[in-house]
Design a protein around this ligand. Structure first.
Ligand SMILES: Nc1ncnc2c1ncn2[C@@H]1O[C@H](COP(=O)(O)OP(=O)(O)OP(=O)(O)O)[C@@H](O)[C@H]1O
Length: 246
């Protein structure tokens, strides 16, 4: 389990996060959604151990957690298989074995024809799949994803979401996914946590009972509408937008 208890964080004099309690159990998908600047990335970085919070406790009993960032962060001078195998190299896995594992993952993620391509020869969607494969290669049991699909167009994003759902289910991997897109959160989470800014805090939790395969577009918009009718969620998403309107 990953557990954050009474976590708060300040950047200088700015109170970025306050009173965050969050637990993720094995195999569970949790989505963190909220407007820009509410502290989602900071919270994800704290969960990943990349930032030490100013207050509170973080305990991580997962075997291995890896982060997938918004931009794929591939090494431009390395071919696709070597990019996927990067984490395995760091673990000291022999070259033949790491390439075999990278090959299998590339094929699983629909990149079979691209083994020897460099990142600049791949589309944005393919690059993001390579980043996902790299995270999976090290046998992570918790994936921490920071807006991994936000740079993709609508069609590719939907494809990538489906692929992620399949991969997580097949491997029983837990995930914490940050997004500012409410429908994406409702499609990908067993639970959706809504954050509000100043300071960043969790203002609403929604457990989604409907199986992933039954979450079609009509369901997503209906569920998003229902969520936005909750005062705390509306205040986080809508009120701030009307505030800046003339
Ligand atoms: N390294 C840093 N130093 C100082 N302030 C920071 C740092 N990282 C984030 N902040 C501030 O903390 C607040 C929350 O930022 P964060 O990136 O966590 O929000 P977010 O919800 O992920 O935003 P977005 O959706 O735009 O990526 C912002 O006001 C930001 O300016």
């Amino acid at each position: 389990m990953l557990k954050l208890e009474a976590v708060g964080h300040d950047f200088g004099r700015e109170r970025t996060l306050a009173g965050i309690d969050l637990a993720i159990v094995p195999g569970e998908s949790v989505c963190l959604v909220g407007p820009s600047g509410c502290g989602k990335t900071t919270l994800l970085r704290i969960a990943a151990g990349l930032v030490t919070p100013s207050e509170g406790r973080v305990s991580d009993a997962f075997h291995r957690s890896t982060v997938v960032f918004q931009e794929p962060r591939l090494l431009p001078w390395r071919r696709l298989l070597d990019n996927i195998a990067l984490g395995l190299k760091a673990q000291g896995v022999p070259r033949r074995e790491r390439l075999a594992r990278a090959r299998a993952l590339a094929d699983e993620l629909g990149l079979a024809e691209r083994h020897h391509h460099f990142p600049h020869e791949l589309s944005g969607g393919m690059q993001q799949r390579v980043a996902l494969a790299r995270a999976l290669a090290v046998d992570a049991d918790l994936l921490l994803l920071d807006e991994p699909f936000s740079a993709l167009d609508v069609g590719l994003r939907s494809e990538a979401q489906t692929l992620l759902l399949e991969l997580l289910a097949r491997r029983g991997i837990a995930s914490l996914l940050v997004t500012h897109d409410l429908t994406e959160a409702l499609r990908l989470g067993h639970r959706v946590l809504v954050m509000s800014p100043s300071p960043g805090r969790i203002v609403h939790e929604e457990r989604i009972a409907r199986p992933f395969v039954e979450r079609d577009t009509a369901f997503l918009y209906e569920a998003a509408g229902a969520l936005l009718r909750q005062a705390s969620v509306a205040e986080s998403f809508l009120f701030r937008q009307t505030e800046v309107s003339p």
